[in-house]
Design a protein around this ligand. Structure first.
Ligand SMILES: CC(C)(COP(=O)(O)OP(=O)(O)OC[C@H]1O[C@@H](n2cnc3c(N)ncnc32)[C@H](O)[C@@H]1OP(=O)(O)O)[C@@H](O)C(=O)NCCC(=O)NCCS
Length: 188
């Protein structure tokens, strides 16, 4: 494995970059407090901008760790619209899981798929994962569509897999393997 940490990644429409302290206000006023965004996520909506700031501080203190990956998703205008991450990383099995969330005003424009494709390319092409996985609540099909658009395959149903703000969730698990990605040459 060749861990890089949260290095900047550029796509056609997006810049993926480390979060900084002054991102707190836009995060708090858009997605970290939005019940529709957090409905199928396991973290509680933030109740104060200080809570958002504390979480960013935690991320900032972890950025020197080459195995720590959480990017802000930024438009070319400079507007921050969400986050995307690798977590639950296993070096022993060359495996990592992805997670993402976008402010509601920016849903349905292909941004999550573009960001996910970019970190999949980075994960296989640079970091050296063999398997990248993700799961989503069965009640959140848009997230499954994002995974499918990036070449991930549905592997099965995980019953009562995690507790979200909307309660206990059955989830579909998806993955993409390095050999799948090689065949696709990184373009789905
Ligand atoms: C899930 C989420 C990241 C999707 O982001 P996005 O930028 O809108 O995703 P994209 O535009 O790249 O792709 C979404 C796809 O889902 C489709 N879609 C939207 N609602 C859908 C639904 N109810 N059923 C099936 N497909 C749906 C869209 O049509 C689109 O597919 P298309 O490009 O073929 O038309 C965004 O809704 C979000 O942040 N939700 C809250 C947090 C969250 O749930 N994160 C994922 C946790 S697993």
């Amino acid at each position: 494995m060749n861990h890089t940490g949260t290095v900047p990644i550029k796509t056609a429409r997006l810049q993926l970059r480390p979060l900084v302290f002054h991102d707190a206000d836009v995060m708090f006023s858009t997605w970290t407090t939005d019940p529709d965004v957090v409905q199928y996520l396991s973290w509680r909506p933030h109740t104060s901008v200080d809570e958002t700031k504390r979480i960013i501080s935690y991320w900032v203190s972890n950025y020197p760790d080459p195995k720590f990956y959480i990017w802000g998703i930024q438009l070319q205008t400079g507007r921050l619209i969400g986050t995307i991450s690798f977590h639950s990383i296993s070096d022993a099995f060359s495996r990592g899981e992805v997670g993402y969330a976008l402010a509601k005003a920016y849903w349905g424009k292909g941004y999550a798929s573009e960001a996910l494709q970019a970190i999949i390319n980075h994960g296989f092409g640079v970091i050296g994962f063999n398997r990248i996985e993700a799961h989503h609540s069965i009640s959140n099909p848009a997230s499954g569509k994002v995974m499918e658009k990036c070449g991930m395959q549905k592997e099965g149903l995980l019953r009562d897999y995690y507790r979200a703000n909307a309660g206990l969730q059955d989830a579909y698990i998806y993955s993409i393997l390095k050999k799948d990605w090689d065949l696709s040459q990184g373009h789905w």
